[in-house]
Design a protein around this ligand. Structure first.
Ligand SMILES: NC(=O)c1ccc[n+]([C@@H]2O[C@H](COP(=O)([O-])OP(=O)(O)OC[C@H]3O[C@@H](n4cnc5c(N)ncnc54)[C@H](O)[C@@H]3O)[C@@H](O)[C@H]2O)c1
Length: 369
């Protein structure tokens, strides 16, 4: 008999015995002719079919890929629950370099089609979409084999780029934060610093300027900054994220680049009174949310305010309608306010309050059968 130890044993322990586990189903997929190795994790279908993107990433080990799929799928259950969607949480990962074969990676049409067949084999328990390393064009290919695919191009019946509504949702989260802290949702004359003005960040600049905010941006890519300041010369530029978060008089910090923006070092020096941004997994480690609260900084949970994208891909399943979607994304304002109120009532940080509200919605759905 095989002796299962090390990383594999850890993953199995997480799945079957820890609070981070409890997933309903985990599917390991292999198609040797295309080189596909994938993991599909369904955390919960309590609220409906599991929905979450496909991450394409060169994991160092298969166990690491499974662990990531479990973690991401669980996160989607919470995100979908708080976005008010009738979807549970799931996520898939494809192991390998997401570049196509001509550029040294493993992505190919054959591999994506094989992946689509695996998703289809689940009969709708899991609906897939884009994530890091997968794009609208990839979902168009997956959709040829699998009707439970969203995040496709408009030419193929999809809604396309989700960053427009993601930015709109983050803006609603900021308005709710302003309402909670200053008694007025307007961002007029508030100084907002955005780290990362890519797809989401540059749309966010537009909302903020239209509302009368003062905006400071930074980005590691010069052309991203240039695109913003050419259009809006009134936008200030910080040398880097470290300079941005130390900016005098900053009211709101919006991390819109990578995860882990809120760590021991950044929380210590942050001048802003609110953190509200699009980046996923902003809290670098458990406990940071408490440090943020202890410094009197209001944190709008990332997965709540960046739900505009998932609201869009969920809507696509019913024939995309931009106005309907925008109305759903506007509800992020009320959801965020509700989280702050719950946090205050329960004496816990907003991140913990968000988790409680999501868990409650899932438990109620389970109880209702
Ligand atoms: N696009 C969506 O619909 C969506 C939905 C939910 C969450 N998110 C999350 O929001 C974040 C931004 O997404 P996006 O689609 O705009 O991505 P993007 O790649 O278009 O933009 C990210 C920007 O951040 C910049 N950047 C990277 N590292 C940086 C650093 N250290 N300091 C400053 N800038 C840095 C990049 O140069 C880029 O311009 C990501 O964390 C993403 O996971 C996006």
């Amino acid at each position: 008999m095989t002796d299962v130890t090390g990383e594999t044993a850890d993953v199995l322990h997480t799945l079957f015995h820890s609070d981070q586990g409890g997933h309903e189903q985990v599917v390991l997929c292999q198609d040797r002719s295309s080189g596909l190795k994938a993991v599909i994790a369904i955390h919960s279908t309590a609220l409906g079919p599991a929905l979450g993107g496909t991450r394409f990433y060169p994991y160092a080990t298969e166990a690491e890929a499974v662990a990531d799929a479990l973690n991401l799928a669980r996160g989607m259950s919470y995100k979908n629950a708080l976005a008010g969607l009738d979807h549970g949480g799931g996520k898939a990962v494809i192991i390998g370099d997401p570049a196509d074969r001509e550029h040294g990676g493993v992505k190919s049409e054959e591999l994506l089609l094989a992946y689509g067949r695996f998703v289809a084999s689940l009969g709708g328990r899991y609906v897939t979409a884009c994530d890091v390393g997968t794009y609208v064009a990839d979902m168009d290919v997956v959709a040829r084999e699998c009707r439970w695919t969203t995040g496709r191009s408009p030419e193929n019946g999809g809604a396309g780029d989700s960053s427009v509504l993601t930015a709109y949702g983050v803006f609603q989260g900021m308005r709710a934060s302003a309402q909670h802290l200053w008694g007025d949702p307007s961002l007029r004359d508030r100084k907002v610093g955005i780290a990362g003005v890519g797809k989401v960040g540059h749309h966010l600049v537009e909302h903020l300027l239209a509302d009368g905010a003062e905006v400071v941006v930074t980005d590691v890519r010069e052309e991203s900054v240039r695109r913003v300041v050419e259009r809006h010369p009134e936008v200030a530029v910080a040398a880097d994220t470290d300079a941005l978060i130390r900016t005098d008089g900053l009211d709101i910090y919006a991390p819109c680049a990578l995860g882990g923006a809120l760590n021991d070092d950044s929380v210590r020096v942050l001048t802003a009174k609110v953190v509200c941004g699009a980046a996923n997994n902003q809290l670098a480690h458990p406990g940071v949310e408490k440090d943020i609260a202890d410094r009197g900084i209001l944190y709008a949970p990332d997965y709540v305010v960046n739900a505009g994208g998932v609201i869009q891909v969920a809507d696509e399943l019913h024939g995309f309608d931009f106005d309907r979607c925008k109305a759903k994304a506007a509800k992020i304002f009320d959801t965020t306010l509700g989280i702050f109120a719950r946090a205050k009532a329960d004496g816990i940080p907003p991140a913990a309050a968000a988790d409680r509200i999501a868990e409650q919605r899932m438990a109620e759905a389970r109880a209702a059968g």
